[in-house]
Design a protein around this ligand. Structure first.
Ligand code: SF4
Length: 274
């Protein structure tokens, strides 16, 4: 990895053993994203990954694969990689990773199940929204139907995942409708956790240009909070699902398990709106 390349990981993985698998993002086209701007995508050689693992603490229990979308490397390399982790870190019970709807679509349910059996146990996936119109506007590269299809495959393979969504992403005046579409999407699959982020307009992004030209008007904080409330109101998962707004971009930081804590979470959002 060159000096200029950045490593991003979820806040919950801050103490996890980080294993570089890919550099930057193979897609690099989402309108709101500047994470890997100007950086070139490349997979890390297995020999380099093995060298990294040799320096790991034998008693490591969790590993996070870094890169925007390590699953891009394909089933065979992923299997070898998980085998290496097991060889050098035999106590590792969970390998976690970012993943995209596009990369998951390259795997069959059987392959995902095999990866799960080899230790891949927790994915962080950017669903962003359940609105096709907004997914297209943000050039996300998948539709809501694609997202549901791939999520159901993961459910079948028993591979658990976190659903990352962005409120405010639909812009001013569209938040309630966006929340309803996102909840409708999420209610079609099982997810371990819903992680919310509030839309940030980063310099150098296509979104920033859209804001400058007046083609996109960011929603205000009150509207964003109403979006969170609408989302919560429309979520009634059949299995316990963590609802987590503790990412630093959020206006309000709350966390609880759905459906059990739904009324408590709603009351906290309502209090902030009032
Ligand atoms: S949001 Fe993810 S997939 Fe989209 S450009 Fe950024 S890193 Fe790549």
């Amino acid at each position: 990895m060159s000096e200029s390349q950045t490593i991003h990981y979820p806040q919950d993985e801050v103490h996890t053993f980080l294993l570089p698998v890919t550099n930057a993002c193979s897609y690099n086209a989402c309108a709101f994203c500047s994470m890997y701007a100007g950086e070139e995508f490349s997979p890390v050689a297995l020999s380099d990954i093995e060298a990294e693992l040799k320096h790991g603490d034998t008693y490591t229990e969790r590993v996070f694969l870094t890169g925007a979308d390590p699953l891009q490397i394909g089933f065979d390399k992923m299997s070898l990689l998980l085998g290496l982790i097991h060889q050098y870190l035999p106590y590792c019970a969970c390998v976690a990773s970012y993943a995209s709807i596009r990369s998951i679509s390259k795997y069959s349910t059987e392959e995902l199940s095999a990866l799960h059996n080899k230790g891949l146990r927790d994915l962080y996936i950017g669903f962003e929204t359940g609105s096709d119109e907004i997914l297209k506007l943000m050039n996300k590269g998948h539709t809501a139907a694609d997202a549901v299809r791939q999520a159901k495959k993961l459910n079948e393979a028993d591979l658990s995942f976190n659903t990352i969504i962005i409120y405010g992403i639909a812009g001013q005046g569209r938040s309630t409708e966006n929340a309803a579409a996102t909840a409708e999407m999420i209610m079609q699959f099982r997810t371990r956790r819903i992680i919310t982020m509030s839309l940030t307009v980063f310099p150098g992004t296509k979104l920033k240009q859209m804001v400058r030209s007046g083609d996109f008007r960011p929603a205000g904080n009150r509207e964003r909070l109403i979006e969170v409330k609408t989302l919560l109101e429309n979520l009634d998962p059949m299995t316990p699902t963590m609802f987590d707004t503790t990412h630093p971009t959020n206006i309000l930081k709350i966390k609880g398990s759905l459906p059990q804590d739904k009324q408590k979470l709603l009351a906290e959002v309502q209090k902030r709106i009032s």
